[in-house]
Design a binder for this molecule. Structure first.
Ligand SMILES: NC(=O)c1ccc[n+]([C@@H]2O[C@H](COP(=O)([O-])OP(=O)(O)OC[C@H]3O[C@@H](n4cnc5c(N)ncnc54)[C@H](O)[C@@H]3O)[C@@H](O)[C@H]2O)c1
Length: 286
C-alpha cells in the first residue's frame, strides 16, 4: 500500500518531531493538537528547528519552506478522515491512548494504518480497541526525532505481514534504520535503557560512586555518547519515571521498578535539564 497522507495526534515534543520528519520526506501531514489557544504552536516549534538547520547549512531555505507548506495543524481528529497512516503521540497513558485509538478507528477510512509512538505500553491492547487490529502497529521514534537514526517498529500480536511491510517501508522512507520488536514491556530500546538507568540510579543511591564516575564508566568505558544519568536528566526525570513505572506495572520485573532516589528527585521538583537541576546542575538555557 502506498502512503501519501500522514496524520499525527499530539503536537508535543515527539509529535512535532514526527510531523517534521514526515513532511521533510515529502508526506502531506496533518498534526492534531488539543487546544485552540496553542494552534500553530507545533508549526512554530518545527519552524524554529528548521531555521536552525538552514543557519547551519544542513538544509536550504527552499527545503524549509516546502516542508512547512506540507504541514497543517488542526484541533480535531475529524481532519484525519483522509489519511493513509496516522501516528498517535499523546502522553504515555493507556486510557488516553485507547480513547484516541477508538476515535481514530471511527474517523479514518478502512485502509488507514494506525500507529502508536508509545515507549512501553502494549500495542496489542491498543489494537484491540479498534475494528482493524491487523492494521495497527507501534512506531517508536527516538528523540530528537529529526536527528535519531533509529525507528523501532513494534509488531503487535495482531499486526499483519502486510501492515508490518508497509510500516517498515514508510520508516525507511523517513531515512531511519528499522528495528522490529515483539510487543513486550519496553520493546528493545527501553528494555535495555530503563534497566541501565535504573542500575545507575541504584549505584548512586547506595553511595557506590559519584554521578560523574557512574556516567564515565559508560562514556569512556563503552564509548556511549552520554552517560545514563546525564541522559535521564536530558529526557526528563518525570518522563523516565513514567516509563519505568509503566514497564514495572506491565512486567513486575524489579529491574524496572523506579528507584527511591528517582522518586525523591521528582518530589523535590528536580526533573533534569528542563528544571535546571537533576543528577547534575545546569546553567539557564534558552
Ligand atoms: N519524550 C521522549 O523522549 C519520548 C521518546 C520516545 C517516545 N515517546 C513517547 O511519545 C509520546 C508523546 O511523548 P512526548 O514526550 O511528546 O509528550 P508531550 O507531553 O511533549 O506531548 C504530548 C502532547 O499530546 C497532547 N495531547 C494530549 N491529549 C491529546 C488528545 N486527546 N489529542 C491531541 N493531543 C493530545 C498534549 O497536549 C501534548 O502536547 C508518549 O507516548 C511517549 O512515551 C517519548
Amino acid at each position: 500500500m502506498e502512503i501519501k497522507r500522514v496524520g499525527v495526534v499530539g503536537r508535543g515534543f515527539m509529535g512535532a518531531g514526527i510531523a517534521q520528519v514526515c513532511a521533510q520526506s515529502g508526506y502531506e501531514v496533518v498534526v492534531v493538537g488539543r487546544r485552540k489557544q496553542s494552534l500553530n504552536k507545533g508549526i512554530a516549534t518545527i519552524e524554529y528547528y528548521l531555521s536552525r538547520d538552514v543557519e547551519k547549512g544542513r538544509i536550504s531555505q527552499q527545503d524549509k519552506d516546502s516542508t512547512l507548506a506540507r504541514i497543517k495543524e488542526s484541533i480535531t481528529q475529524e481532519d484525519l478522515n483522509d489519511r493513509d497512516l496516522v501516528i498517535e503521540s499523546v502522553p504515555e497513558d493507556m486510557e488516553l491512548k485507547k480513547k484516541v485509538f477508538a476515535e481514530l478507528d471511527r474517523i479514518c477510512p478502512g485502509h488507514t494504518i494506525l500507529c502508536s509512538n508509545t515507549s512501553c505500553l502494549s500495542v496489542t491492547e491498543l489494537a484491540r480497541v479498534t475494528s482493524r487490529p491487523d492494521r495497527v502497529s507501534g512506531t517508536h521514534f527516538l528523540s530528537p526525532v529529526p536527528r535519531s537514526k533509529l525507528l523501532e517498529i513494534v509488531r503487535a500480536d495482531t499486526t499483519s505481514e502486510n501492515t508490518l511491510a508497509t510500516v517498515k517501508e514508510f520508516g525507511r522512507s523517513l531515512g531511519k534504520e528499522i528495528l522490529v520488536a515483539k510487543d513486550t514491556p519496553g520493546f528493545i530500546f527501553n528494555y535495555l535503557l530503563i534497566a541501565l538507568t535504573g542500575a545507575a540510579m541504584r549505584l548512586l543511591e547506595n553511595g557506590v560512586a559519584s554521578a560523574e564516575d557512574i556516567d564515565k564508566s559508560m562514556t569512556l568505558g563503552l564509548g556511549h555518547p552520554i552517560g545514563p544519568l546525564a541522559l535521564a536528566d536530558f529526557n526528563g526525570l518525570d518522563v523516565g519515571y513514567m516509563v519505568a513505572n509503566a514497564m514495572y506495572e506491565r512486567s513486575k520485573d524489579p529491574r524496572f521498578a523506579p528507584s527511591a532516589i528517582l522518586k525523591e528527585m521528582l518530589d523535590s521538583g528536580r526533573l533534569g535539564r528542563k528544571t535546571g537541576e537533576g543528577f547534575y546542575k545546569y546553567k539557564e538555557e534558552k
